[in-house]
Design a protein around this ligand. Structure first.
Ligand code: SAH
Length: 397
């Protein structure tokens, strides 16, 4: 707060995006930089922290897509914002169990993480802490070997990840990126800004820009019907990068987050200690987040890849076979406490009133994965493409 107040006094109000960036990822004081409280003992809990089944099914999704794409001989798993590293850990366990399927494939893991604190936690989780900082021969800031023998690299930015056939994963990542907020007024669109409150010392408040800002001009579509709009340009830039990389080198991206398809208005909120927290109070001590606008992500793929979804988490997980997996785990667990825990975590992930409906899955895939390139010429001569798991109903043979 002191750092921000000094800045606001010196140079005037800042955009919500700049405020959010400072509060979350300021190199000294940002929430993620210092603590990043993912998990039960932190400020918010995520699906991979609730149940191992979540990451296992995502691991299966990647193997299924890798097979459908003709089993390429190298595969980079690139996770954006890996939190505590739990999701990657669960995926790597599946890769190990299916080692015979992946035996001819050279697998590596690439984690994009800005938080020194969280990258340390990830290193302990995934490698047992045996990592090499600043390897000279790589663009990564740290590298190590997973407990299952797979090389792992850490980067601050997606553009440092080497090119190559890659599967990208962004779970609860895009919602943490800075948003711009806009409001329709009688005088036209204005941007919502954060300023110091002149009446109360060291308190922040929202104000409206007196005139249009560069962001108002760039990000509000002429056909917009809503009165309040949130736009996350950083998410757009990252999706553009993912789409270009997939178009060029192959692979796929799976994005899972809470969000909407271009319909919601005011979703900016804070979480501290598992409770809603005023976004303007004690910046740097709470997670700040906004729903992901999937319609914007789809637009930013710019037709370079095909897109699937968003579909609700409970539908995606059902299509991935969560019910079967639960049955197996229940059969294999001897004690009542474990069985209750399994049922409780299933309910958290699947119940429409909990995480089942508000979380969505969205994918970027090469066009040829969904439509044969020469389908128009000889539709009958080609065997049908296998359906994309998770986005289609599970058919048991
Ligand atoms: N995917 C994890 C954690 C989600 S929290 C899970 O589901 O449990 C958001 C994650 O994104 C954290 O690891 C945070 O440090 C990281 N992060 C936030 N902003 C980032 C940015 N601009 N670049 C890279 N990582 C970022």
């Amino acid at each position: 707060l002191r750092h921000l107040a000094r800045k606001l006094r010196a140079s005037g109000p800042v955009t919500v995006a700049e405020y959010m960036r400072e509060a979350l990822t300021n190199p000294g004081q940002g929430y993620y930089t210092r603590r990043g409280g993912v998990g039960e003992s932190g400020d918010f809990i995520t699906s991979p922290e609730i149940s191992q089944v979540f990451g296992e099914l995502i691991g299966i999704w990647y193997i299924s897509e890798w097979m459908a794409m003709g089993k390429p001989t190298t595969l980079q798993l690139v996770e954006l914002g890996p939190g505590r590293g739990t999701l990657t850990e669960d995926i790597l366990r599946v890769f190990k169990q299916l080692a015979s399927v992946l035996s001819k494939c050279d697998v590596s893991v690439h984690l994009v993480e800005v938080s020194p604190k969280l990258s340390e936690i990830q290193a302990v989780m995934l490698t047992g802490g045996k990592v090499q900082p600043n390897p000279e021969d790589e663009s990564a800031y740290m590298k190590g070997i997973s407990k299952t023998g797979i090389p792992i690299f850490w980067y601050r930015d997606i553009q440092d990840v080497p090119p190559g056939y890659s599967f990208y994963l962004a779970h609860e990542f895009f919602d943490a990126l800075p948003i711009h907020k806009f409001q329709r007024t009688e005088k036209g669109w204005r941007e919502v800004l954060v300023d110091i409150d002149p009446e109360v010392p060291d308190q922040l408040r929202f104000v409206l820009s007196p005139s249009r800002t560069p962001a108002t001009q760039c990000f509000i579509q002429p056909e917009e019907t809503r009165d309040h709009v949130e736009v996350c340009p950083e998410a757009g830039v990252i999706v553009q990068k993912l789409a270009s990389r997939i178009e060029k080198d192959g692979g796929a991206a799976l994005v899972a987050d809470y969000g909407h398809d271009g319909t919601k208005t005011d979703t900016f909120r804070g979480f501290r200690n598992h409770k809603l927290h005023d976004v303007l109070s004690a910046p740097g001590t709470a997670d700040l987040t906004a729903d992901v606008d999937f319609s914007y992500l789809r637009k930013m793929a710019q037709g370079r890849t095909a897109t699937l979804g968003p579909i609700k988490q409970r539908e995606f997980l059902k299509n991935m076979g969560i019910d079967l997996r639960l049955q197996v785990l229940l059969q294999n667990s001897g004690d009542t406490a474990t069985r209750e825990q399994l049922l409780h975590s299933y309910d958290m992930l699947m119940n429409p009133k909990k995480m089942g409906d508000c979380f969505n899955f969205f994918a970027l895939l090469p066009h040829h994965r969904l439509v044969h390139p020469d389908k128009k010429d000889k539709p009958e001569s080609k065997s049908p493409l296998p359906p994309v798991a998770g986005f289609n109903e599970l058919l048991l043979k």
